[in-house]
Design a protein around this ligand. Sequence first.
Ligand code: MOS
Length: 751
Amino acid sequence: MNDLNQSTLDQPKVVGQRTPRIDGEFKLTGRAGYTGELSIEGMLYGYPVAATIAHGTLERLELDEALAMPGVVDIFHHANFPRLHRSPNSMGHGDQVSEVRLPFEGERIYYHGQYVALVVAESFAQARAAAQRVVARYRQETGAISSLLDGAHDSHSEGELLKDAGTRRGDPEAAFDGAAVKVDAVYHIAAESHLQMEMHATLAEWRDGGSRLVVHESSQGVFYQRNAMARIFDLAQENIEVISHYIGSGFGNKLFMWPHAVAAAGAARELGRPLKLVLPRPQDMTSGGNRPASRQRLRLGADRDGRLSAVIHDSTTETSLVDRYVDACGSATPSFYACDNLAVSQRILALNHGTPCPMRAPGEVSGIFALETAMDELAVALQMDPVELRLRNYAHKDPESGLPWSSKQLDKCLHSAAERFGWAQRDPGIGAMRDGDEIIGYGMAACTWFAGRQPCQARVELRADGTLFAACGTQDIGTGTYTIVAQTVAELTGVALADIEVKLGETSLPAGPLSGGSMATATTLPAVAAAVRDALGALKEVATGHGGVFAGCDADSLTVAEGTLSDGERSYRFAEVLEAMRLSSVNGQGSSAPGEEKKQYSFRSFGAHFVEVRVDPGISRVRVSRVVSSMDIGRAINPPTARNQVEGGIVMGIGMGLFEKLDYDPRDARLINANVADYIVPVHADIPEIDVELLDYPDFKFNEFGARGVGEIGLTGIAPAISNALYHATGKRYRDLPVTIEALLADHASA
Ligand code: MOS
């Protein structure tokens, strides 16, 4: 096993090098089969019917017309769907239990979009046409809770205070009361949709007379889904296979399993035929997860030199009436800045929406908007440069755990990004920087995301045809996992990437982790490396055994390079070693898990974003015109895909800052903009040049590859950098996201 602090890779040649995605060609040529594109002989199509009220009871379903339509095979609903068992969801723990709710459990309607029926037909078009003819009669009730932010529920006492979700140190209230300089502000963030490119999709097939279930699902966790399906259908885990080879992104909503998957598998079993169900976009948005709205109050107290004496962060986030999802806004706050007096609290408020779920940097991205906007407000109150304020409160160890950081380069991120951005040229006066009709605003924010690992297993095969095969039951959700697994194998064997085959996304493979929490890289690569070493060990045994190419040699004396084994004089290709013994392959197994390192160090990635906005007050137009970022993520295994993750996070952050908002009708809690026309996301014209620098400080205390992960951090800190830049441009503090053109217009009208 490897010592902490040490890379086992001496001068890596492939790891850390720019490597084209090994699955790129499959995707570009359309050969990568996404779940919704797969077909099985004899397959049926399902199309859900979604509730059109958010609060009340289903009184009657009128199905005759739909059942008589061409190609319709059956319609499932609460009166005829099989009785199944519930299962915890992937994130459920403690009293914050998240469950896979089953479809068609009863007549009660909890949210707009809840499935009331599933139409099954011979074609997709037939299923959809018939679903539109199903008539559902409801008894609608008043009093639906539409949003945490709808006025009626926007108070500190709303919601349930979670006792085990808070943190305290020192005496924050007294410290705040006595502080020389204070910020006390409330921040609102609207609910957002993941709006991942590929909608949720399931293809379910029962085999062997209905005793075995094979499910293709666009999932961020095939093992989790298999285990959930096993509980729900009362099957042994080994009788279920879940497959997810290609995923058109997830952003967290494919970490959960949703009722559509159960509906598809249940209907397929009842009908004895495979069944495919692809959620239409409106249902994907109402019933496939969202980032819940949040309300946060931030209190900061500081002395006149800007040293924080108190941080009090109180958050309330939405959940649904059928779940207890907690979006922990305060989870990064205790570790962000050095401050002895701190309190974090969390409430949840249940309302008539589909269940929220993790969305890219869940909780922390919302919390960092509040914290980093409040820090800017504090800098203004102190008349201090906001970069200086952050350096003055620099946490040189983790203030929450008291442990040293494994590696923290936030200061370098702040300095480097500030310099590339030209922060020194900033005139701090409000609206002081102009270019023609436009006011230029500069804003910045620091950002962070935790680094974690999960248990993982992997298998590697060295084959007589000269190729290598690596397998792990994790997923590539578009982030580049296939490629970094291949790089790892190439690094340790010297075999060309073209001769390495990687298989992911199947429960028939060794158990791999969720693709979530930015943990897949640090989790998967050590297990793959262990499997490679195990396979090489097996190959050396073969080589040195009776009849082997190095018969009689000491296995430990052999070295590996360029796909060969060598004793210093002679070298043989792996395939030659195998051929000499007429073996088709040798296998290696590997596993890894988080270990003792967590007791010795705190692990977090940090970064800094600098944003320029241009505001045209004549037409209330805002543009983000430049973004300059520096990220400290440990080592980037594949720098282009890692940078691409940060860039994608920045684009999503511009959406969060200026555009994205799920709009619920306050009268009846219906989601108004459940479509891609009315839910506004940034387009190319909204995205400026993005300059992302990845600092190269490998974190060998975390794993031998030095990688901490990079999927989420880029999104954190962008929205506050934008709102801080807007303050600089306009003198108006924007504490509610998104900052829409309507909000700007209202401010200009009243100015
Ligand atoms: Mo992410 S919200 O862990 O996919």
